[in-house]
Design a protein around this ligand. Structure first.
Ligand code: GBH
Length: 448
């Protein structure tokens, strides 16, 4: 069966990573503006003030996408561009920017997929307690309602949250991302429940305002990969068990409430005395049906069956291939991640991110040759194809990222793009992998 005829071939970005114009046209600050402006937080001391200057160059970026035959573009809306204080007064110029971007996409027949929250919480809301404030889900619903009313005539696909475990885990537990906190489990559970409620209210606002809307929730995930067929059960069980490592980073803690309407039992018993108030009404709100699950997959953990049937991590051998950022290249993570997710949740799946950072540079011939990225994408896409062929309902694939951009705490030192960004001049150069991807899209992956 291979890839569906209507398979969605896309590329992805996020607002803070590409837009720049951080204080232009009435935009409010976000926690990432504050964080990147704090000494020592970003490894190369950079900020997203200018980033790829996409705010001013979106027309060129959309034209490049069209040239590459990209069918769908996943981008995020900066909450603080629409509502500078996070709530209250709307900034019309922020609405105008996304209207212009969406219209430009429409001109070329590129389908927009909008992420509502890709980590840039308005700083004004952070000062009110951020995700710990019990009004946050109502603020989110107000914001999503404005987005739906403004763009819902043209945008039909939404992702409520991008990688909740990363923004809560890195932002509020490890402290490596904005706002840089290290909170206790009690606060973390409270934050997570508020994120779940915000998701539920966003679903409500989108369904109310947009007919035929399709809604998803995106997990960043490092799938377990069974070392042999004997290890499949152990891999699956440990992937969804909510007891290895911190609950924040577990799959079922985030998705079970949304799809099954309840938090994992073992979590409820282990944290019983520090849980926030969780009402039946909350769970009903949180588990309103969604249309798809988004998965961001870059790498995997190879496991074998260990003591008592539990999975045990098998370290990659010395010299195992890695990307520039240091993540192991495990193409079959795309097969096992989609398979395990589909078997458990039975919802359509989009790969909302996959790609690699590489040490790209402009060669003497003025081009950017990135054979490693082509090889990486080729290997991963073959595994995705295998998963689709064996029955998982896979609807689309978004390469991360359309262009090199601000890689959060790593600043500009990591390049994930199909398009090279020459930051001093803001010149864009399509990499070899960009042309390669164009060919894959034209052939609907049959040439892989
Ligand atoms: C995504 O985060 C983000 O959504 C996106 O904004 C970002 O630019 C992009 O990916 C690239 O980083 O076990 O040490 O081998 C991805 C975050 C990636 C976190 C994989 C966990 C495992 C690394 N995840 N990572 S490791």
């Amino acid at each position: 069966m291979s890839f569906r005829k209507d398979f969605v071939w896309g590329a992805a970005t996020a607002s803070y990573q590409i837009e720049g114009a951080f204080d232009e046209d009435g935009k409010g600050r976000s926690i990432w503006d504050e964080f990147s402006h704090t000494e020592g937080k970003i490894s190369d001391n950079s900020t997203g003030d200018i980033a790829c200057d996409h705010y001013h160059r979106y027309k060129e970026d959309v034209r490049l996408m069209a040239e590459l035959g990209i069918k769908a573009y996943r981008f995020s809306v900066a909450w603080s561009r629409i509502l500078p204080d996070g709530t209250g007064a709307v900034n019309q110029k922020g609405i105008d920017f996304y209207n212009d971007l969406i219209n430009e996409l429409m001109k070329y027949g590129i389908e927009p997929y909008v992420t509502l929250y890709h980590w840039d919480l308005p700083y004004a809301l952070h000062l009110k307690g951020g995700w710990l404030n019990d009004d946050i889900s109502d603020y989110f619903e107000q914001y999503v309602t404005i987005v739906a009313e403004s763009f819902g005539d043209r945008v039909k696909n939404f992702i409520t949250f991008n990688e909740p475990q990363v923004f809560t885990g890195c932002g509020y537990f490890e402290g490596s991302h904005a706002p840089g906190y290290k909170l206790a489990d009690k606060e973390l559970l409270h934050i997570c429940h508020n994120v779940h409620k915000a998701h539920g209210k966003a679903v409500r606002a989108l369904r109310k305002n947009i007919r035929d809307v399709k809604i998803g929730f995106t997990m960043g995930t490092t799938p377990t990969v069974p070392m042999s067929d004997k290890d499949i059960d152990a891999a699956r069980n440990s992937y969804f068990s909510c007891g290895n490592g911190h609950f924040l980073f577990s799959e079922s803690f985030w998705i079970d409430p949304i799809v099954f309407g309840k938090y994992p039992e073992n979590l409820m018993s282990a944290y019983g005395d520090i849980l926030p108030e969780i009402s039946a009404e909350d769970m009903k709100l949180i588990s309103a049906p969604i249309d798809f699950i988004g998965l961001n997959i870059y790498t995997g953990n190879i496991v074998k069956t260990g003591e008592g049937g539990c999975a045990e991590k098998v370290p990659c051998p010395a010299g195992h291939p890695r990307t520039a950022i240091g993540w192991d290249i495990i193409p079959s993570s795309l097969y096992w991640g989609t398979k395990f997710y589909y078997d458990r949740y039975k919802l359509p799946i989009y790969i909302t991110e996959n790609g690699m950072s590489a040490h790209d540079c402009i060669s003497l011939d003025g081009k950017v040759h990135d054979p490693n990225r082509i090889d990486y994408l080729n290997r991963y896409l073959l595994e995705l194809k295998k998963s689709a062929e064996s029955g998982a309902d896979i609807r689309g694939y978004f390469q991360w990222s359309l262009l090199d951009n601000f890689e959060w705490a790593k600043g500009y030192s990591e390049r994930f793009g199909l398009i090279y960004t020459d930051y001093p001049t803001q010149k864009r150069i399509v990499k070899d992998s960009g042309y390669w991807y164009k060919n894959v899209i034209e052939n609907n992956g049959e040439n892989l």
